[in-house]
Design a protein around this ligand. Structure first.
Ligand SMILES: [Zn+2]
Length: 256
């Protein structure tokens, strides 16, 4: 099992939380081994990796979306494509374009795929509403987290906790000055410095600032994907790499 961190529903108020790292799957280099990126790696291997994830969560199936650095939130339910031990055909999926998923169902885990962007898992344990969001520079500044919280509140969520997962740290995220300034102006908490002392964006700082301003309790479990060889990193691996996931699921009612 290669969860970078894992909270089982039994110890977390009925909500399972995980961030995978790159180990524990079946893919071969350069996607070794637990890759969830679709398109370049062998689809048989990626399917097998999803099946392992479905099994690990105990849900039997995993919902994902076609991510585009946008702010659309999809409610997981009918019409959704699922991946798991009963549906492994990646040729037909994913069909829903979204950068966040929200659900109140107990039988499906929600996953967002990342390799430097920030995976954010959210839950209202009491109301049993869960969500996961993909927050890179573009989505964060466009408001994907606010949109996710709004969708959760529509489902009845009030007391929301967020787990901020592994992503690229400011020390490794040097960007051109105009790009940095645009982010800093809109969201001052994104101001960062690279290891070389140059302009950088602090994605984790920005994510936490947005969540805290919305009254969310935040827990950071976020080593730098570029520094830490346990993770896939788009920047470190120059674009040829896999994707890890942030995952959330509801345990059976009463498992809290
Ligand atoms: Zn780093």
């Amino acid at each position: 099992m290669a969860f970078a961190t894992l909270l089982a529903p039994e110890v977390n108020g009925g909500v399972g939380v995980a961030f995978t790292d790159r180990w524990g799957g079946v893919s071969e280099p350069p996607y070794d081994t637990w890759n969830f990126g679709i398109g370049k790696d062998s689809s048989e291997h990626v399917s097998a990796n999803f099946a392992l994830l479905a099994q690990a969560t105990g849900c039997g199936q995993v919902a994902i979306a076609a991510q585009c650095h946008g702010i659309d939130v999809a409610r997981v339910g009918e019409g959704f494509s699922f991946f798991g031990k009963d549906s492994l055909d990646l040729a037909h999926a994913p069909t829903v374009v979204a950068d966040a998923l929200v659900s109140v169902s107990t039988d499906v885990a929600l996953a967002m795929r990342v390799a430097d962007c920030v995976p954010v898992v959210l839950a209202d344990k009491g109301k049993r509403v869960i969500a996961v969001a993909h927050a890179g520079r573009v989505g964060l500044l466009a408001g994907v987290l606010q949109a996710t919280l709004e969708a959760m509140r529509r489902e009845g969520a009030k007391q929301i906790t967020a787990w901020v997962g592994p992503h690229i740290g400011p020390e490794c995220y040097e960007v051109p000055l105009d790009m940095a300034q645009a982010a800093w102006e809109q969201l001052p908490a994104t101001r960062g410095l690279s290891a070389a002392g140059t302009d950088a964006i602090d994605l984790g700082g920005g994510v936490c600032a947005v969540l805290e301003a919305e009254g969310v309790d935040v827990e950071r479990v976020d080593p730098c994907t570029s520094c830490d060889p346990r993770f896939f990193s788009h920047r470190r691996d120059r674009g040829v790499t896999g994707r890890q996931v942030g995952v959330v699921w509801l345990g059976p009612s009463g498992s809290a």
